[in-house]
Design a protein. Structure first.
Length: 196
């Protein structure tokens, strides 16, 4: 198995998250988004990102303390990880766009800190973004952190805590690796969860 295929996850993932559904009790009041569940917390605003044309929910964006954590769960093989390969692809994409990438280590393992070119009202500029990922049992969870938490250690730690609180519901259906796991609008959707 090459480095790109090795699973990348914190050694304490099973007890500190992100969790597989079999690792948590059903007692907590989770917000159910289908393949992921979130712990509601004060000040957390949930937005669902919907694909144009199909209406399919493709990501959940968690706005918290002035920053955003976008999460996507993917199917993965039981014994091989995706984060090594995806990290390399993301790094190549950012560099091809004229951005900057550095790989660092956090409580989750390897992650990417990037400066990505963006268009602003004042012309071309850069946005700081952090890419995090964890390989779980038969799933991979990717997170993209934007806003102050992408560069500020204290705010970044709060976003990593949010990411680690996520529960992934893989399901039993056979799916090819890298297939986006189905997300849905929560049944108790209110003003705190909106699709865009």
């Amino acid at each position: 198995m090459t480095d790109a295929q090795e699973k990348s996850a914190p050694v304490d993932r099973e007890t500190m998250g992100p969790f597989d559904e079999v690792e948590v009790s059903g007692v907590r009041p989770y917000v159910d988004l289908g393949s992921i569940k979130l712990i509601p917390r004060e000040g957390l605003n949930l937005r669902l990102e919907v694909e144009d044309g199909t209406g399919r929910v493709v990501a959940a964006a968690l706005d918290f303390r002035g920053s955003t954590l976008q999460v996507q769960p993917f199917a993965a093989a039981r014994n091989a990880g995706l984060w090594g390969e995806i990290r390399a692809q993301l790094s190549d994409q950012v560099i091809q766009q004229g951005g900057e990438v550095s790989e660092v280590s956090s409580v989750l393992g390897p992650e990417l800190i990037c400066r990505v070119p963006v268009s602003t009202p004042n012309g071309p500029g850069f946005q700081d973004v952090r890419f995090v990922g964890v390989d779980g049992p038969r799933w991979f969870l990717r997170g993209v952190i934007a806003g102050p938490a992408a560069v500020d250690a204290e705010q970044g730690a709060a976003m990593l805590e949010l990411f680690r609180g996520i529960v992934v519901v893989r399901g039993q259906s056979p799916l090819p690796p890298k297939e986006l796991l189905p997300l849905k609008v929560p049944a108790q959707a209110s003003g705190s969860a909106q699709a865009r």
